[in-house]
Design a protein around this ligand. Sequence first.
Ligand code: ADP
Ligand code: ZN
Length: 284
Amino acid sequence: MLIGGIEAGGTKFVCAVGDESGNIFDKVTFPTEDPAKTLDAAKQFFNKHDIQALGVGSFGPVDLNKKSKTFGSILNTPKLKWKQFHLLDQLKQDYNIPVTLDTDVNAAALGEYKYGAARKAASVLYITVGTGIGAGFVKDGQTYIGKSHPEMGHIFIQQRKDDNFEGNCPYHGTCLEGLASGPAIEKRFGKKGDLLTADHVAWDMVADYLAQAIINYLLIISPEKVIIGGGVMKQEQLYPLIRKKVRDLSNTYMQLENLDKMIVAPKLNDEQGIKGAIALALLG
Ligand code: ADP
Ligand code: ZN
């Protein structure tokens, strides 16, 4: 069976055709423009293939409350043409096949769970640290959605005394995303993260904030694996720093035997989102 997947990002759309084993047979990437133009480009691609189902991992926030009148639509985004856009209805209309919609981070979590770094785990938390910060959770093959989807990037954490940055989250200032996302790093230090040296204080700071978030996630949801991806995590020195700080914050309270194996990088080379989107279609 051929399955379609869409990784619907705020800056780019990835569309692919694959199967239930995680193979990808064809793939295309194009910039995210207004909904009509973007979904038209997707249609041109999928029209070349005989897909039976479609899975979509979308940027958000997106209404995933099945009882809501706006279920399947994009909510409060700065991308104004997408605000209130009914993505799920439009896709169902375009393709007339079953469509499964979830968040981009739940899709990435599912991709790593089925085919990547969490293949042998019963549960996984996938965190992305990029333009924004978000996390998705998969347990026993199902993605977690509450009333709607969680927003784990906007949690409140303690700011370091040597950090007087006002934060750049438009809603909360110094929430996790406001302190540790790529744009937060750029605004605080006046340079994009990839231009800062590996021993710059930025990374110890970012590791501190991510470790605080992760200890909270561990305490709340107890995932077997924690995968951290996204552009900022290309700074590989962050992983050992984060593991050490998580251990220190736990202060022997939690059983954290092998953090090298528990807190890891993604394994699917930036295809976790699209492979996960295809896998979403199989959840039905
Ligand atoms: P998005 O979150 O938009 O899907 P990414 O995950 O690629 O995209 O994240 C983009 C962010 O990551 C940008 O803010 C960028 O500055 C930052 N970034 C990209 N590469 C690096 C790097 N090597 N080191 C630090 N930050 C980086
Ligand atoms: Zn916030």
